[in-house]
Design a protein around this ligand. Structure first.
Ligand code: A3P
Length: 253
């Protein structure tokens, strides 16, 4: 894929806050306090051929759940900006469970315990652990121009986190503008925009599913789903798999 000099690539494991970050980045780059009518899926790399992105005006915010190694070679060659969104994996797991129960094309019809076991084994087409460790390696190797955002940091310290993102992208929006972006992209703001502004009919994706992206938007919802035993089992696997990782995850409100 031939990329433009100012393309931005947004990478995240599914359910990590991709929609949220995509909308924020659009407001930063366009300089307009408006929700885009097109949904994030319109710029999702695994859903389209490259030429389908030709009509998107610059700067394009292309997004993907694919591993970082599958980004176009231009990303490295043209030193394009890459943003990686991270979220604590217990909340990712719970969010994915709820989401996939509603998906018609790729439904998960089992129990939460069955889903939990599948996630732990690296299901969901790719393992959260593999995805995250590979992404961390890419960050550490510094071969790509990458900026990492944590869902929890964005939730708890929204304005400073968006400000750092703006500096990384060179959009240098002022504090007043960033505060308004934070307000517009609050969970409630985006949920409402998804119902009222997004032109979902233009796209061939499952409409019900497109409506179910905005569920709770909280940190620590895993506590409502996981048993003490599951949580312990998760912690043990996490400690083993992430022993060499310096990525930090925040599991509590
Ligand atoms: P929950 O299911 O825990 O509510 P993605 O966009 O990567 O698929 O991630 C979806 C998750 O991000 C969902 O989590 C969704 O509710 C949450 N989310 C979406 N917009 C958000 C916002 N503005 N603030 C906080 N969380 C948001």
């Amino acid at each position: 894929m031939t990329c433009r000099e100012d393309d931005i690539f947004l990478c995240a494991f599914p359910r990590s806050g991709t929609h949220w970050t995509w909308e924020i980045i659009n407001m930063l780059t366009t300089g307009k306090l408006e929700y885009l009518s097109q949904p994030k899926e319109s710029a999702m790399m695994e859903f389209h051929y490259p030429e389908e992105f030709d009509n998107i005006p610059s700067r394009r915010i292309l997004n993907t759940h694919l591993p970082v190694r599958l980004l176009p070679t231009d990303v490295k060659e043209k030193n394009l900006k890459v943003i990686l969104v991270q979220r604590n994996p217990k909340d990712v797991l719970v969010s994915a469970f709820h989401f996939l129960q509603k998906a018609k094309l790729m439904p998960f019809e089992g129990t939460f315990d069955e889903f939990f076991k599948m996630f732990m084994k690296g299901g969901l087409r790719q393992s959260w652990f593999d995805y995250t460790l590979e992404s961390e390696k890419a960050v550490n190797e510094k071969e790509l121009d990458m900026h990492v955002i944590n869902y929890e940091e964005l939730k708890k310290n929204t304005v400073p986190t968006i400000k750092r993102l703006s500096e990384f992208l060179g959009t240098n929006c002022d504090d007043e503008y960033i505060t308004k972006v934070a307000e517009m992209c609050s969970f409630q703001g985006m949920k409402k925009a998804n119902d009222e502004v997004k032109d979902i009919d233009k796209f061939t994706f499952e409409k019900d599913l497109m409506k179910s992206h905005y569920r709770k938007g909280e940190i620590g919802d895993w506590k409502n789903m996981m048993t003490v035993a599951q949580s312990k089992q998760f912690d043990e696997l996490f400690a083993e798999k992430m022993k060499d990782s310096s990525f930090k995850f925040d599991f509590t409100k």
